[in-house]
Design a protein around this ligand. Structure first.
Ligand code: UGA
Length: 445
């Protein structure tokens, strides 16, 4: 099928390449000329394991093209909306300006003379957006069947989550005949996914839109829940990692997303729960989501706590001390530093007068753009050299694998704060380190 993908961020670029790999003819559109030029040469503009291979393969097949020219989408029978919906400045609500631009592109360039085009929304949007897009396209004279098809991909696993999702959700229009056109078209695009027996849920627009924000809210709540337990563990001498392990054996709870530490960040969870609260307010049901305020504040409290703990470990003051920060991205296997707890904490330490020397395997360039004042070095060894305190803030495999004895030979004082509870406290303590985790005390391991 001839399809277009509008927006080439983490979601759109990966989606475009994977759809071409499925055998479709894909035109991918973005307004960022540098990004488009790089993608067209097979160079991923972000760090995403496995993406470069799919991208190169798709380009070599001749089925994938990147462009900044919106008129190029005219040939496509199906259009994916994959643009960003960031947090609006000065507000909790989502900024839908890129969605609005996409609607304008579609009205100007999509063609429905041979029958309706199908417009598939993948961006995370406030509930009500799908219907509003459908209305605007109709009013603008385009015969379009809008399907809302939320995306659940995780950075770091984007290719696998796109090609082998654990479920697909189609939000279909109320009109059954038009709904059937949308379903059939999307089934054709996703043929390998459907043939693999992936659960596919057919729902209405608001359900599809809510599924996405509900899933992210649940994940954020799970993380803040375990982080609130970490606070209790700190106050009582219990160990949050053992607590998580114990409750996780109950398969109604499950072990995933119970990793306590410095909390969640990234381009999705924080802004999605805020936009969800803002939308609930507009709908007059803000009370239903009051708990998400607490989820957000528990999460932000983790950052304060990490900085306080760092100061405490150093006798109350950080001024002039060298702090080695390992990891700056919001999670491992990504170069994304949007709302990264690690970067925020590094900045706060710097604000408290610490001499911060940070390192990250993939995020250094992004950090240099947003925090040019932070000192960044290439390797963990360079960061550790002469440090008074080490902080592990993103659990990259290479950092988790650091040998504590080797690290001890480099630092000035063997003190480590494990912001992700990713290290073996016994091994580090036995190697002579003053080890502190988040929600675990020496008596608990
Ligand atoms: C999240 C969701 O997991 C995806 O399903 C969703 O599609 C995506 O947002 C999106 O809306 O596009 P992602 O932002 O890639 O994916 O990151 P996660 O893996 O969810 O991690 C989010 C944050 O939570 C990270 O900072 C991570 O370090 C933190 N986290 C995660 C914890 O602190 N503890 C945990 O146990 C798990």
């Amino acid at each position: 099928m001839k399809i277009s993908v509008i927006g080439c961020g983490y979601l759109g670029a990966v989606h475009a390449a994977c759809m071409a790999d499925f055998g479709h003819e894909v035109i991918a559109l973005d307004i960022d000329a540098v990004k488009v030029e790089r993608l067209g040469r097979g160079i991923p503009p972000f760090h995403e394991p496995g993406f470069e291979d799919v991208l190169k393969r798709a380009l070599a097949s001749g089925r994938l093209r990147f462009t900044t020219d919106p008129s190029a989408i005219g040939e496509a029978a199906l259009h994916f909306i994959a643009v960003g919906t960031p947090q609006r400045g000065g507000s909790y609500a989502a900024d839908l300006s890129q969605v609005d631009t996409t609607v304008a592109f579609l009205l100007d360039h999509a063609r429905s003379d041979g029958g309706p085009v199908v417009v598939v929304g993948k961006s995370t949007v406030p509930v009500g957006t799908a219907q509003s897009i459908a209305d605007r396209l109709t009013e603008g004279g385009l015969d379009a069947v809008v399907v809302w098809n939320p995306e659940f991909l995780r950075e770091g696993y984007a290719v696998a989550d796109t090609t082998r999702p654990d479920r697909v959700v189609y939000g279909l229009p109320e009109d059954e005949e038009r709904g059937e056109i949308g379903r059939a078209a999307l089934d054709e695009v996703y043929r390998p996914i459907i043939d693999a027996g992936t659960p596919r849920l057919l729902v209405n627009y608001p359900t599809a839109e809510l599924v996405k924000v509900a899933a992210n809210s649940f994940l954020a709540t799970k993380i803040s829940f375990i982080n609130s337990m970490a606070e209790l563990c700190d106050a009582t001498g219990a160990d949050v990692t053992r607590l998580a392990e114990a409750i996780g054996h109950d398969d109604r709870i499950g072990p995933k997303f119970l990793q306590a530490g410095i909390g969640f960040g990234g381009g999705c969870l924080p802004k999605d729960i805020r936009a969800f609260m803002a939308r609930a307010g507009e709908l007059g049901v803000d009370q239903s989501l009051t708990f998400l305020r607490e989820v957000d504040s528990i999460n932000m409290r983790r950052r304060d706590h990490a900085v306080e703990l760092a100061a405490q470990m150093c006798g109350g003051r950080l001024v002039g001390l060298k702090v080695a920060v390992l990891g700056l991205t919001f999670k491992p296997d990504s170069d994304d530093v949007r709302d990264s707890p690690a970067l925020d904490i590094a900045g706060r330490l710097w604000g408290r007068g610490a001499n911060v020397v940070a390192t990250d395997p993939a995020g250094a360039d992004a950090v240099r753009r947003v925090r040019p004042d932070l000192q960044i070095v290439d390797t963990a060894d360079e960061a550790l050299e002469g440090a008074d305190l080490v902080m592990l803030l993103t659990a990259w495999r290479d950092y988790v694998a650091i040998d504590p004895s080797h690290a001890k030979s480099l630092v000035a004082v063997p003190r480590i704060l494990d912001g992700r509870n990713a290290l073996d406290p016994k091994a580090w303590s036995q190697a002579g380190w003053d080890y502190r985790g988040m929600g675990r005390t020496a008596s608990s391991w």
